[in-house]
Design a protein around this ligand. Structure first.
Ligand code: HGY
Ligand code: MN
Ligand code: MN
Length: 405
């Protein structure tokens, strides 16, 4: 697929150019990591970076680095991700990548001469939508995810991560911590669409990030007795769908009992999934979040206890396994202040959404810029950024990067 973007285009124009990649009939995007759509986007990014004379390399973990200046330790790094959740919006990830490329155009137009190199990065599998672990690329880079565990991860079609990476030209034998690459990140600045209404309510286009809410994902496997829908009397059943449906209700009730907690079941999969078949098993996933990690732990404990009781009531069993976890993270205060000084009047926002900046923050000074989303909706086709705000985001990012270079 070849997507051409006119030189010196604005963020909104560049986003228009890639708007058709991976968009479904419902207007939502499906760009799982190393799918055709995401690989087309990766190819587009490399072409755009090379068109700007940046030196591009893809590292052992599938992270793309586009260098303005030679690769060096302590460089200034910006960027985000190109993969999406199923049915996601046009801006979650790509806005930060496009704004970074256009910010380089702006800095060059302004005659900025960097005192150190700048790299634009694209992290793979930030959403964890294909292999289940959020921010997989930045976790591998920083050593938070063991390579063997990563290689064994499976997608919904039973493909291992090792096979999928190999099929995309990345030798899975070399996955894992990359201290040399990490040393190249002196500071990390990620620009991202805001995934809530903070900036709408504050009537401001851009905010500086201060923290990222802790978030985890747990897989619940509810096992019952598969059987015939017609010959099995109601009191003879151990129907895991009935048990799992009750568990979903308890997930919401338990979260409501903890102030400001969030818990979501977005994936609920009866197996084998026939209309006239009593399922033998239901797989469902809980995404749980709270600013206090101890509350998240208590929330999940409460859900697991109630789930065991409900499963038992329906003659079923339930297994609860944690698949992904990120503690609440404070972004770098000094870097945040330096960035805030370069974006006068910008409010400071906490992020309820996870980001690669949240993973990197444990290793390198990291901060975020958020761009107004008038819908306040995300992980949905209704996610939105006004063209003017998208365009100004590159100017602001250029102010910030130019001020830090
Ligand atoms: O799930 C999240 O918080 C992020 O959008 N990956
Ligand atoms: Mn997202
Ligand atoms: Mn994102």
């Amino acid at each position: 697929l070849t997507v051409t973007t006119t030189a010196g285009a604005s963020v909104s124009r560049v986003l228009d150019d890639i708007a058709g990649i991976g968009r479904g009939s419902d207007g939502g995007y499906r760009r799982p990591v190393f799918s055709t759509a995401e690989r087309d986007l990766r190819g587009w990014f490399v072409a755009e970076a090379e068109r700007r004379g940046l030196d591009v390399e893809t590292d052992r973990n599938g992270i793309i680095w586009a260098w303005w200046g030679r690769p060096m330790d302590g460089a200034l790094v910006t960027g985000s991700h190109l993969d999406s959740v199923p049915g996601g919006g046009a801006f979650d990830g790509p806005l930060g990548v496009v704004a970074a490329l256009v910010a380089i155009d702006r800095m060059r137009e302004r005659g900025v001469v960097p005192s150190r190199s700048l790299a634009v990065v694209v992290f793979p599998e930030e959403e964890g939508s294909r292999f289940g672990i959020a921010c997989l690329g930045s976790r591998l880079l920083t050593g938070l995810l063991a390579p063997d565990a990563a290689r064994r991860l499976l997608d919904r079609d039973g493909n291992t991560l090792a096979d999928v990476f190999a099929g995309s030209g990345i030798d899975p034998r070399h996955l894992g911590p990359d201290p040399a690459a990490l040393a190249r990140i002196g500071q990390f600045v990620e620009l991202h669409v805001e995934q809530g209404r903070g900036l709408v309510d504050l009537d401001a286009p851009i905010a500086v990030g201060s923290s990222i809410l802790g978030h985890g994902r747990w897989k619940l496997t509810v096992t019952g007795q598969g059987n015939h829908a017609g010959t099995t009397l109601m009191h003879d059943r151990a129907d895991p769908v009935v048990a799992a449906a009750a568990i979903v209700g308890v997930v919401a009730e338990t979260a409501l009992a903890f102030d400001d907690a969030r818990a979501t079941v977005g994936r609920f999969e009866p197996h084998p999934g026939g209309t006239n078949v009593i399922a033998s098993r239901v797989d469902l996933w809980v995404d749980a979040r709270h600013e206090d990690d101890a509350v998240t732990a208590a929330l999940i404990d409460g859900i697991a206890t109630a789930a065991g009781r409900l499963a038992g009531r329906h003659g079923c069993t339930v297994e609860v396994v944690r698949e992904s976890w990120s503690p609440t993270v404070g972004l770098d205060p000094a870097l945040g202040r330096a960035v805030a000084a370069l974006v006068p009047g910008a409010p400071v926002l906490r992020s309820g959404a996870g980001h690669d900046a949240g993973i990197l923050a444990a290793s390198v000074p990291s901060t975020m810029l958020f761009v107004r989303n008038p819908s306040g909706i995300s992980h949905s086709p209704e996610e939105f950024v006004e063209r003017a705000d998208a365009d100004v985001s590159a100017d602001v990012l250029a102010d910030v990067l130019g001020g830090l270079l």
